[in-house]
Design a protein around this ligand. Structure first.
Ligand SMILES: Cc1ncc(COP(=O)(O)O)c(C=O)c1O
Length: 387
């Protein structure tokens, strides 16, 4: 089927909630994607930080093949080994408490919101400007962006928005606060790391009033910033974190991970989901985990992140280069235009988080040669703009 035919099907039958590039992708392997005409692309986006292990990683493929032919779904009325093993790995690699599985990032945040409200009934949840926590009603209510929230009012009550500054956050937290929910690095709004002062202030404010500090690590987690979890680099430990995206090695799974204090807040019946933590996605996630927790891989993410940022900073037309590990962004005049040209002229996949910001989230298995190649291609695109 041609792209034109796919577009006609979409126009007739698909709710128009996405703006797609006119490209049909048919295959992926490692850092590469191919379209229906056989063109090869260097992927610098990883399906928005989902393919941290790269496309169709052999270990994930093998685990899925074996599991899909053995047992795919049982509901949470039964035990399966892949889910219990994954829970153990998630908890022991981070906060040491317990895990609730779900199917996406927004669902992980929904679980976190229900958990903190149950822990402190009626309590408010404090979020900061620039945050993105998802598009379901609770997660959307925690996402203070007018364009995303306004058409869907009324939202869930009990959310308070503070400026991402220590004093403002401290002032927003009081005895009636159930939680502060933060991304260590704000991803969807342009890769903005929150300052350590802010994270420390959030920790102190939560401790002052007995509120929970929750980190949304849906984009920053699973090795993206050069440690398994971004909070490890901040010196601030949250009471719970949420993860999804890269957790399943390309398959849809999310999780809420608690520390000890919140581990037993939910009782049977409080929350649940039919598919959550099924053996197929859990087997894929365990295979991806094996790859992503490797110290050598994480060291490479840190080194290549620095190489990428230094290379971008040297390019005329790329301003405010920022990020951590392989979660990187720069500002430029026409980001959507650059991203379109990147696809058609240089065959690289990038992302514009807004009119003036380009985001890069390459697979973490990317090589130094591929980073240099990407820089050369982005350099050509920027010089065309600057010229
Ligand atoms: C920080 C953060 N939280 C939540 C979400 C929502 O995740 P999902 O699209 O899987 O619902 C995203 C997705 O981009 C995200 O980056």
């Amino acid at each position: 089927m041609s792209v034109a035919e796919l577009q006609a099907l979409e126009a007739a039958h698909v709710v128009p909630s996405y703006a797609r590039f006119p490209v049909e992708l048919v295959r992926g392997a490692g850092t590469r994607l191919w379209d229906d005409e056989g063109n090869e692309y260097l992927d610098l986006l990883s399906g928005i930080s989902v393919l941290n292990v790269g496309h169709c990683h052999p270990a994930v493929v093998a685990a899925v093949r074996e599991q899909v032919a053995t047992l795919t779904h049982v509901t949470n009325l039964f035990y399966t080994a892949p889910a219990m093993r994954l829970a153990q790995r998630l908890a022991t690699s981070s906060l040491g408490g317990k895990v609730f599985f779900c199917n996406s990032g927004a669902e992980a945040n929904e679980a976190a919101l229900k958990l903190v409200r149950k822990a402190k009934p009626g309590g408010e949840v404090v979020v900061v400007h620039g945050a993105f926590h998802g598009r379901t009603y609770g997660a959307l209510s925690a996402t203070p962006q007018e364009s995303k929230q306004a058409p869907f009012a009324p939202l869930v009550p009990g959310f308070v928005v503070a400026a991402p500054e220590p004093a403002a956050l401290e002032a927003a937290v009081h005895e009636g606060t159930a939680a502060v929910l933060l991304e260590p690095i704000q991803g969807e709004t342009g890769v903005h790391p929150l300052s350590e002062e802010l994270l420390r202030a959030a920790r102190a404010a939560c401790d002052r009033v007995g509120a929970a500090l929750v980190f949304d690590e849906i984009q920053t987690g699973m090795g993206r910033t050069g440690t398994l979890w971004a909070y490890e680099q901040t010196g601030v430990v949250p009471d719970a974190l949420t993860t999804a995206k890269a957790l399943g090695g390309g398959l849809p799974i999310g999780a809420l991970v608690t520390g000890e204090r919140l581990a037993d807040v939910f009782a049977p019946g409080d929350h649940g989901s039919t598919f959550a933590g099924g053996p197929l996605v859990a087997a894929a996630a365990n295979a991806a985990f094996d790859v992503l927790e490797e110290p050598a891989l994480l060291a490479s993410v840190r080194a290549l992140g620095e190489r990428l940022r230094a290379g971008l900073a040297a390019l005329p037309g790329a301003a405010n280069v920022r990020g951590r590990g392989l979660m990187v962004a720069f500002d430029t005049d026409d980001a959507p235009g650059l991203v379109r040209c990147a696809l058609t002229e240089e065959r690289i996949v990038l992302n514009a988080t807004g009119p003036g910001t380009v985001r890069l989230l390459p697979p973490l298995i990317v090589t130094a040669e591929e980073i240099d190649d990407a820089l050369a291609r982005i350099g050509r695109l920027l010089s065309a703009v600057v010229a």
